[in-house]
Ligand binder design. Structure first.
Ligand code: TXA
Ligand code: MG
Length: 334
């Protein structure tokens, strides 16, 4: 029995709200990944989040609020485009970067004049916001740079000191929200995520999108102040490879993880632990972190991931895989 994981009942949500009011922290599910929540108006809580995650102070936090009305307590200067996006996609997996309100501490925003804000759609996150009546800072509930959690157990494995983890099962979308910078015109994509560009372009045809990183192993621009190159990484070394055909799979002498799409043909090979993910970017994203967690749990030293198509629908998945594999170089033989 893991004592800090509790079912997300109404009673436990009230207890979680009390913790937030006392300056303590609680992890809770959102539709994307689990978040590590703290009172966004309390500098003590904010410092605790950075401390628990081991997050560099240069990487700003996302604030979660109940609705567009409450967003005005945190951010200001909503452009027409921001209003349109908020009314279309909130509650949901879209984070908007806007001018911050003076009452928001620079500790939240890493000293920036802007703040990242979203209205989550998950019923437990919504209930917690409603009950506690506070804006909640909630970065993903994992140690800095490591894999984001999509279950309560993942949170416990990464941050066992978390005072309370509200458990409502696996997160449906399984990858973080899409982040847009709304302080520039046209707005700019900072982090591809659960809300696809296809959906965003229907509302905002002119959104600026950085080019897809095409060639594996090359550096790419740092779009957000806190976006380290290495990020979202499992414990094992992740190698992103063009094709498994490059690798002499028969010669492994110890267990090695492998992630491929469901339509890729691959024979069973000794020592190769295969995770097959759906050949659809949204469904692939939904299970990607969980698959990496499963391979980490099986204590493999290395994970080979066959690169999905380098096309826009796969951009969020590609972004996470590039970052998770950063500095591991390429692998051509065991
Ligand atoms: O889906 C999500 O967004 C999850 C759930 C829990 O809501 N949260 C999440 O938070 O992924 P975090 O802290 O792991 O990622 C926040 C991202 C970081 O890349 C950060 O650099 C960026 O948002 N960010 C935060 N404030 C910013 C700002 N003022 N300007 C630009 N980027 C910002
Ligand atoms: Mg994160």
């Amino acid at each position: 029995m893991i004592s800090s994981i509790v079912p997300a009942t109404e009673e436990n949500i009230l207890r979680a709200s009390l913790l937030l009011h006392q300056g303590s922290l609680c992890a809770f599910p959102t539709e994307t990944v689990y978040g590590l929540g703290g009172n966004a108006l309390s500098e003590i809580s904010i410092k605790r989040i950075y401390e628990l995650k081991g997050r560099p102070p240069s990487n700003p936090l996302i604030i979660h609020v109940s609705n567009r009305g409450d967003a005005s307590q945190v951010a200001t200067n909503f452009s027409e485009e921001a209003e349109l996006l908020a009314s279309t996609f909130w509650p949901g997996p879209l984070t908007l970067v806007l001018q911050k309100q003076p009452q928001i501490s620079p500790l939240v925003t890493a000293g920036l004049p802007t703040v990242a804000i979203r209205v989550p759609a998950h019923p437990i996150a919504r209930r917690l916001l409603e009950v506690c009546k506070l804006p909640i800072c909630a970065p993903s509930a994992n140690r800095s740079e490591s894999l984001s959690p999509t279950t309560a157990k993942h949170v416990y494995q990464s941050l066992p000191e978390t005072p309370m983890i509200l458990d409502a099962g696996p997160c449906q979308l399984g990858i973080e929200s899409t982040v847009l910078d709304m302080t520039v015109s046209p707005p700019k994509l900072l982090r591809p995520g659960a809300l696809s560009l296809l959906e965003i372009r229907k509302i905002l045809p002119k959104v600026t999108v950085p080019p897809l990183t095409i060639s594996l192993g090359t550096e790419f621009a740092r779009p957000s102040p806190g976006m380290m190159y290495r990020h979202y990484a499992p414990r094992a070394s992740l190698y992103l490879i063009e094709s498994l055909k490059q690798i002499d799979l028969m010669h492994f002498t110890q267990p090695i993880g492998c992630i491929i799409r469901s339509d890729v043909e691959l024979k069973e090979v000794p020592y190769l632990l295969i995770e097959r993910l759906p050949n659809d970017p949204k469904l692939y994203a939904a299970d990607l972190y969980a698959a990496l967690h499963r391979l980490d749990d099986r204590r493999v030293q290395s994970i080979l991931v066959e690169c999905p198509p380098k096309t826009e629908p796969w951009q969020a998945v590609l972004d996470r895989l590039y970052r998770a594999s950063h500095k591991n170089g390429t692998m051509t033989s065991p």
